[in-house]
Design a protein around this ligand. Structure first.
Ligand SMILES: C[C@@](CO)(OP(=O)(O)O)[C@H](O)COP(=O)(O)OP(=O)(O)OC[C@H]1O[C@@H](n2ccc(N)nc2=O)[C@H](O)[C@@H]1O
Ligand SMILES: Nc1ncnc2c1ncn2[C@@H]1O[C@H](COP(=O)(O)OP(=O)(O)O)[C@@H](O)[C@H]1O
Length: 321
C-alpha cells in the first residue's frame, strides 16, 4: 500500500480475485423440510476468475457496478446491482461485523458465466468478504470469514477456500483434499442460464415420478480423490457423477448434444457443472484441452480451456488513490 495524503479523504482500493468451480462429483439427497438438499460433492476450483475491486467511499452505503473489462456478454443476463447482488450482501455482512466500516463501491469483473452452475455469484461474494476485511482492517480469521460465507450461500465457502475439497451438508461443510496435480478441462458455456432452485426442484419431480427415494449422501467416492491426487484424467473420467445433470438436461435438452459433441471431438468425459448449463469436458492434458477448445469453437460453440485446482479468493492489489 502507498502512503495516504494527510487532511483529505483518501480512497483505498482492494482488488481480490476468486475462482469459479466445477463439481467433479455431486450426490444429492432427498428434499429436506427446509427446502434444501444434503449433498456430497467434490469441488474443484478452476482457472476462470471473478474479480472484485472494493473502493472505500466518503459517502456511506454500498454501491455495485459491473466492470467494462468483463469478458461475458452481459446484455442477455440479469445481474441485480442492488441489495440482491451477492457481492452487496457480502459487503453488508462485513459492515455489520467491522468497527471501521466506511462506504464502499464494488466493481465486479465478470468472467464466470452467470447462472451457469460455476458459482460466479458465490465467487463475487467470497472476493468481497476478503476485500472488505482488508479494506476495513476487520482482522477476521479465515474460519470467521468461512462462517460468514456460509450465510451467503452454499457455494460461497468453497470459493474462499479454493483448491480441491469435499463438501458435505449443503456443500458448505468443507474438507480440503490434498490434490495438487492439475487436470485440464474445456468449459462449454451457454448463452442462457438455469435457475439453481428450479434445477433442484426438477430433480425432486423426476424422482417422485419414478417413485425413487433418494438416499442421504454420506461421503464421496474415494476413487475420485485418488484420481485427482494423481492428476489421472483417465481414471477420473470413469467416476465423474452429477445427480443434477438429468434435471438440467430435462430443462435444457440441448445439453445432451453438447456432451455428445464434446466427446466426439476428443473429450475423454463430460459432465454438466453443478446445476448447469455450463458443460465441463475433461481432456487428457493441457495440449489436448487447447485443441478441444479450438475444435469446438470452430464448430460454433463457446469453449474455453481451463485447469484446476487453483487457489481460492486472494488479494491481488491494495492501493491508495
Ligand atoms: C448446485 C450447486 C452445486 O455446487 O451449485 P451451482 O450450480 O448453483 O453453482 C450448489 O448446490 C448450489 O449452491 P448455491 O448456488 O450457493 O445455493 P444457495 O444460494 O445456497 O441456494 C439456492 C437454492 O438452491 C437450492 N439448494 C442449494 C443448495 C443445496 N445444498 N440444496 C438446495 O436445494 C435451494 O432451493 C436454495 O434455495
Ligand atoms: N454477483 C452476482 N453475479 C451473478 N449473479 C448474481 C450475482 N448476485 C446475484 N446474482 C443472481 O444469482 C443468480 C445465480 O448466479 P450465479 O452465481 O452466476 O450462478 P450459479 O448459481 O448457477 O453458479 C443469477 O441469475 C443472478 O440473478
Amino acid at each position: 500500500m502507498t502512503a495516504a495524503r494527510p487532511g483529505r479523504f483518501t480512497a483505498r482500493t482492494v482488488r481480490v480475485k476468486a475462482p469459479g468451480k466445477v463439481n467433479v462429483s455431486l450426490d444429492v439427497g432427498p428434499l429436506r423440510p427446509d427446502g434444501y438438499h444434503s449433498v456430497a460433492s467434490v469441488y474443484l476450483a478452476v482457472s476462470l476468475y471473478e474479480e472484485v475491486a472494493a473502493t472505500s467511499t466518503e459517502t456511506p452505503g454500498i454501491t455495485v457496478s459491473i466492470s467494462p473489462d468483463s469478458t461475458l456478454d452481459l446484455d442477455a443476463v440479469d445481474i441485480p446491482l442492488d441489495g440482491n447482488n451477492l457481492a452487496y450482501k457480502a459487503a453488508a455482512i462485513m459492515a455489520d461485523v467491522s468497527e471501521h466500516a466506511t462506504g464502499v463501491h464494488l466493481e465486479i469483473t465478470k468472467r464466470v458465466p452467470v447462472a451457469g452452475g460455476m458459482g460466479g455469484g458465490s465467487a463475487d461474494a467470497a472476493a468481497t468478504l476478503l476485500a472488505c476485511d482488508a479494506l476495513w482492517n476487520s482482522g477476521l480469521s479465515r474460519e470467521e470469514l468461512a462462517h460468514l460465507a456460509a450465510e451467503l450461500g452454499a457455494d460461497v465457502p468453497f470459493s474462499l477456500l479454493g483448491g480441491t475439497a469435499v463438501g458435505l451438508g449443503l456443500g458448505d461443510k468443507l474438507s480440503p483434499a490434498l490434490a495438487k496435480a492439475q487436470t485440464h478441462w474445456v468449459l462449454v458455456t451457454a448463452d442462457y442460464g438455469l435457475s439453481t432452485p428450479e434445477v433442484y426442484r426438477t430433480l425432486d419431480r423426476l424422482r417422485e415420478a419414478e417413485g425413487v427415494e433418494a438416499a442421504e449422501p454420506t461421503g464421496v467416492d474415494p476413487q475420485i480423490l485418488t484420481a485427482l491426487r494423481g492428476g489421472d484424467a483417465e481414471a477420473l473420467s470413469r467416476v465423474l457423477v452429477n445427480d443434477l445433470q438429468r434435471a438440467s438436461i430435462e430443462l435444457a435438452p440441448s445439453l445432451r448434444d453438447t456432451l455428445g459433441i464434446g466427446e466426439s471431438h476428443g473429450a475423454i468425459a463430460g459432465i454438466v457443472s453443478g446445476s448447469g448449463p455450463t458443460v465441463a469436458l475433461l481432456a487428457d492434458d493441457s495440449v489436448a484441452a487447447e485443441a478441444l477448445a479450438e475444435a469446438l469453437q470452430r464448430y460454433g460453440l463457446s469453449a474455453l480451456a481451463v485447469h484446476g485446482p487453483v487457489p481460492g479468493a486472494r488479494i491481488v492489489s491494495d492501493t491508495l488513490i
